[in-house]
Design a protein around this ligand. Structure first.
Ligand SMILES: Cc1cc2nc3c(=O)[nH]c(=O)nc-3n(C[C@H](O)[C@H](O)[C@H](O)COP(=O)(O)OP(=O)(O)OC[C@H]3O[C@@H](n4cnc5c(N)ncnc54)[C@H](O)[C@@H]3O)c2cc1C
Length: 452
């Protein structure tokens, strides 16, 4: 349903969003609330459910609530926390991936997290459903793969694989880590930075019925269900993360395998046989119960890439958002949160644009506010990956030091003042475009008021 603002606003502006992942959808909801006309083009014929579980930190939830008031409540209806009472603020329990989870060498699982953090994760499909709920169908176009984006005097011309064309005032490329829009923004000036970098690890992913996962994992020495609470099993060759999704009915598993060779397969997902997958992990000395959980995985190696360096998030009227700008390793569970933060800041800025010639200013302000923070997430996620692989300098396999580090390392991500970002973005945009700040009267009227 169109908002009041949308009905009042006469479009000089038409935004094309490319890609309906978490980033593109969050932006669409934001633009809807700001009354900015948009069309979202998605290559797939329907929403992709690939990816299974996703956990959102407090910053991500605050950003989404700012974009779509009431989101937190909806999210609460689809997300799952730890099952053990009193572990609401525990992000993960730290264990070792080796046979016996480290218990044989005296390690007892310890939780890490923070008071500001609440443990929740959701099935990606459920998350996309609640974000999409308010977007009118006519703004969404599925089965529209963008092949080229060209900039003209009037904006952008978008060409699709099916031979169709569309015009818009600008385009936001939220087309993911392999998206084509990154080439449009960086290709001319930084061709070497267009493609994402292989991070030297791939994952297998599984969703396991929780009852089966609990049976396989059994209870720990304190009598708690091992599969019920979120767990990080660390090791130098393999890291396994498990956490509950689907209101606790399913257990999500991500199994990382370190790989010192370049990724040579032509696709980023490589199907293998089930036997190869299981031996790939079991030969590393991984606990047999975890290998049993892995039997539920799709035998597919999913190569992880990131964008460690992105010198700008925009070029002219084309702007990057989400993984196309800052794809990251998932070791801080922060990638989706950064997509939503992008969407919050960009939607507020585009809501202030009153003519297309202000678009580049909006993109430049967005770039200045969002890029330093999002790129820091990319860099520190690599560090977090090293910590979980027991090879961070000065920490190594000292589990006490690892837990101490994990208790501190996310605070700057989770506690960040997002409203300050929005205020700074809006005020910078206003000062660069000569727009007044609301509530601020022109100097002339002030003088007159004082004189009267
Ligand atoms: C194993 C793993 C675990 C993760 N866990 C977490 C977590 O717990 N918490 C967290 O915050 N983050 C997590 N992340 C990161 C998070 O999933 C991503 O940051 C986020 O989903 C990216 O969203 P996006 O919208 O930018 O891109 P995507 O989700 O990749 O969406 C891009 C969309 O664009 C479409 N598209 C691509 N090309 C075109 C084209 N040419 N034309 C039209 N459409 C196109 C695609 O079909 C797709 O729908 C994880 C990532 C991985 C790999």
């Amino acid at each position: 349903m169109a908002t009041q603002t949308q009905q009042n606003k006469q479009p000089p502006l038409q935004v094309a969003i490319i890609g309906a992942g978490i980033g593109g959808l969050a932006l669409a909801v934001g633009l809807l609330h700001q009354g900015v006309p948009f069309t979202l083009y998605e290559a797939a014929k329907c929403f992709s459910t690939v990816g299974a579980g996703v956990g959102l930190g407090p910053n991500a939830l605050r950003a989404m609530e700012e974009i779509q008031p009431g989101f937190r409540k909806l999210y609460g209806s689809i997300s799952s926390g730890n099952v053990t009472p009193g572990k609401d603020h525990a992000m993960m329990d730290a264990l070792l991936v080796e046979e016996g989870f480290g218990e044989k060498r005296g390690w007892k699982p310890v939780s890490y997290g923070a008071a500001c953090y609440e443990r929740t994760s959701a099935h990606r499909k459920d998350l996309l459903d609640i974000i999409t709920g308010s977007i009118p169908k006519e703004n969404l176009r599925f089965g529209k793969r963008v092949t080229t984006l060209s900039q003209t005097d009037r904006g952008v011309v978008i060409a699709f694989e099916d031979g169709e064309f569309a015009e818009a005032s600008c385009a936001v490329g939220s087309d993911g880590v392999k998206g084509m829009s990154r080439g449009v923004v960086l290709g001319e000036r930084w061709p070497e930075l267009v493609n994402a970098t292989y991070t030297g690890r791939y994952v297998y992913r599984a969703v396991i019925p929780m009852q089966k996962a609990m049976k396989i994992m059994s209870k720990d020495l304190d009598g708690h269900e091992r599969a019920g609470d979120a767990k990080m099993f660390m090791g130098d060759q393999c890291i396994i993360v498990t956490f509950p999704i689907s209101k606790g009915k399913e257990c999500n598993m991500v199994c990382f395998k370190m790989d010192d060779k370049p990724w040579m397969y032509h696709e980023w997902t490589k199907p293998v046989t089930k036997d190869l997958m299981l031996s790939d992990i079991s030969e590393l000395g991984v606990d047999r119960r975890l290998v049993k959980l892995l039997e539920f995985a799709n035998p597919v190696q999913w190569a992880l890439h990131d964008h460690l360096a992105t010198p700008t998030y925009f070029s002219g009227r084309v702007c990057l958002l989400g993984d196309s700008a800052h794809a990251t390793l998932p070791h801080q569970a922060a990638g989706a949160g950064q997509c939503i933060e992008d969407a919050l800041v960009l939607s507020r800025l585009l809501g202030l644009v009153s003519s297309p010639n202000q678009l580049e200013t909006a993109f430049s302000v967005y770039d200045g506010i969002r890029r330093p923070r999002a790129q820091r997430v990319v860099r520190t996620s690599r560090e977090a990956g090293d910590i979980c692989a027991l090879k961070a300098p000065g920490i190594g396999d000292d589990m006490d030091k690892i837990v101490a580090n994990q208790c501190q390392r996310y605070l700057w991500i989770w506690e960040h003042d997002l409203l300050d970002d929005v205020v700074r973005a809006e005020s910078e945009f206003r000062s660069r475009t000569g727009k007044e700040t609301p509530g601020q009267q022109p100097t002339g009227s002030l003088v007159l008021a004082v004189a009267v």
